[in-house]
Design a protein around this ligand. Structure first.
Ligand SMILES: [Zn+2]
Length: 237
């Protein structure tokens, strides 16, 4: 599987069509939304598009509960973390997986974001010290599906769903928020918002995959789909 190609927003990671790909005053490439109103996190980065083989691999872990898939996904996440690392200013970063509600956790048996983060952290060489804090945030309210909601409805749906349990760990610290997939960015934004309100100095977001609102053919040129079966074999073996 290959990571993204083509222009992406330096803040949220969304693909930018060539015709819109011009840098702002600071020389950074930003999508229209981030130029208008920045998200509460400094930057979100992903390994690839939530599509083809990568999507299958994530489903293998989440729905078929093939746990070794987390190691393959962890390797990809490690690459994302290495890419984000130079932007992180502090020597220590607190790594927080996006939490699952207790009922979902019981049903699935594990939090996929936590497994992937654990696997990735073993592989990050680390000039930065990564403190893993899987219990820092808790999802206290179950939320309805985000599908079909407007962005305002999605934000309202998630408001108050997560709480920070150990604010002392993140006071004036930079936080790396980790998840398997970033879809609309609402979950990442809401988590970043409450982490910052609880005292975090900055929030970075690393996910294995993300959904592109912009046509994926532009970003990927079909490479993920071609390499899908290989990745699945690797996960199973
Ligand atoms: Zn953006």
């Amino acid at each position: 599987m290959l990571p993204f190609e083509g222009a992406t927003c330096s803040v949220c990671g969304e693909a930018i069509p060539h015709s819109y790909a011009f840098a702002d005053d600071a020389g950074e490439l930003r999508c229209t939304l981030c130029r208008r109103m920045g998200p509460p996190f400094a930057r979100a980065a992903a390994y690839g598009s939530y599509d083809g083989g990568l999507r299958e691999l994530i489903h293998l872990l989440k729905y078929d509960r093939v746990k070794p898939a987390a190691n393959v996904l962890g390797r990809m996440l490690a690459e994302v973390i290495v890419e984000l690392e130079p932007s992180i200013e502090q020597k220590n970063v607190v790594v927080v997986p996006v939490p699952l509600h207790a009922r979902k956790l019981k049903q699935r048996g594990f939090n996929q974001a936590e497994l992937i983060a654990r696997a990735a952290l073993k592989l990050v060489p680390g000039s930065t010290q990564m403190e893993f804090a899987p219990l820092l945030m808790e999802r206290v309210r179950e939320t309805a599906s985000q599908i079909g909601l407007t962005s305002r409805q999605r934000r309202e749906n998630l408001r108050g769903a997560c709480v920070v349990r150990q604010p002392e760990k993140i006071a004036r610290q930079e936080v790396l928020l980790v998840d398997d997939v970033m879809t609309t960015g609402t979950t990442a934004s809401e988590c970043a918002r409450i982490l910052k309100r609880a005292g975090a100095a900055e929030v970075w977001v690393a996910t294995v995959a993300r959904t592109m609102k912009v046509q994926r053919t532009f970003a990927l040129q079909g490479k993920l789909a071609i390499e899908g079966p290989l990745a699945l074999a690797a996960a199973k073996g």
